[in-house]
Design a protein around this ligand. Structure first.
Ligand code: ADP
Ligand code: MG
Length: 301
């Protein structure tokens, strides 16, 4: 196969591993900086030009689109889809997963376990919003934050009110969530490829930190999921239309709840914690699934 890896930086761990795994399995893999791609959107003959050359004859594309470049990155993936290239994740599914609110709405519709979550536009209704999640302590999140930045724990209703007003004053979109204290600063990252969880790790936040993100100083260990956790992760990825996903779960008193579903989950943390060659499994998945013109997103929302 000829595989395109859309990534801004060929030296990133995840990008390197994917390229090495593809080559080891007998494929060619080219790293393409999607922000440097430009497109010719013509009837019958859609094209992408990169470094002065047409991108041609690719069998599959692995999008690794950064959160701040979702708009342009997904346009490049979409163009490749239109050209018939098989995407590891489809452009629609990537866009969908980048909006935490949309993601939660879709998961809720499928009956997947979630923390109780509220969302409002106007600050006139703050108390109502706080009441939805059962009062403080509660978590306030920026809709498009990542790596734990923009996630705040408010210990009192008064603190919650001030933070919500401050975020809304900056015109930021936020959601308000029940605080799952019993998770004790830990979450579980389940790495889904196709219809399998291929690796799972427990991330524990630094002492005194409720956010378990590795970028915020958390540490990671391999973990064995319960059958319920495994099926929750698979259902969440499927609901979002993602074939490759990092599904984050919290262990709550009312069973596993989904925090978020990532469409470009990092490989370094999970490979180091579990010893699983996740990159090779992604390439294997492409070997089994890639076929021309095989995009199939059927999710309505
Ligand atoms: P980000 O996209 O920035 O990673 P998350 O929604 O995943 O944002 O939140 C970051 C971390 O904060 C989670 O991994 C989890 O450890 C903690 N966290 C988030 N929401 C809650 C919650 N409702 N209850 C308890 N912990 C939470
Ligand atoms: Mg997260």
């Amino acid at each position: 196969m000829k595989i395109a890896i859309l990534s801004r930086n060929a030296t990133l761990y995840s990008t390197r591993c994917l390229q090495d795994a593809a080559v080891e399995r007998g494929h060619t893999a080219e790293v393409i900086d999607y922000l440097r791609c430009y497109m010719n959107i013509t009837s019958h003959n859609p094209q992408i030009i990169y470094q002065g050359k047409l991108l041609e004859d690719f069998d599959a594309v692995i999008p690794r689109i950064g959160a701040s470049n979702t708009f342009y990155g997904t346009a490049v993936v979409r163009q490749l889809e239109i050209m018939g290239v098989f995407p590891a994740n489809e452009s629609q599914a990537i866009s969908r997963s980048r909006d935490k609110l949309r993601c939660l709405q879709i998961l809720a519709k499928r009956g997947i376990g979630l923390p109780v979550t509220g969302f409002a536009h106007s600050t006139k209704d703050i108390q109502g919003l706080i009441d939805i999640v059962g009062g403080a302590p509660l978590v306030i999140k920026l809709l498009e934050g990542t790596q734990g930045i923009g996630v705040v724990l408010a210990e009192t209703d008064q603190a919650a009110k001030s933070v919500i007003e401050a975020f809304r004053g900056l015109d930021a979109n936020i959601l308000v969530q029940e605080f799952i204290a019993e998770a004790k600063g830990a979450d579980m990252r389940c790495f889904v490829i196709g219809d399998k969880v291929v690796a799972a790790m427990k991330r524990q936040g630094a002492p005194g930190e409720f956010r378990s993100n590795l970028h915020r100083g958390g540490n990671a260990q391999r973990i064995k999921l319960t059958p319920e956790e495994r099926s929750t992760a698979l259902r969440a990825a499927k609901a979002m239309g993602l074939k490759i996903a990092g599904v984050d779960l919290l262990r709550s008193n009312h069973g596993p709840v989904v925090m978020e579903v990532n469409s470009s989950p990092g490989l370094e943390g999970i490979e180091k914690a579990t010893g699983t060659n996740v990159a090779a499994k992604i390439i294997e998945f492409l070997e089994k699934s890639a076929a021309p013109n095989k995009t199939q997103d059927r999710i309505k929302y």
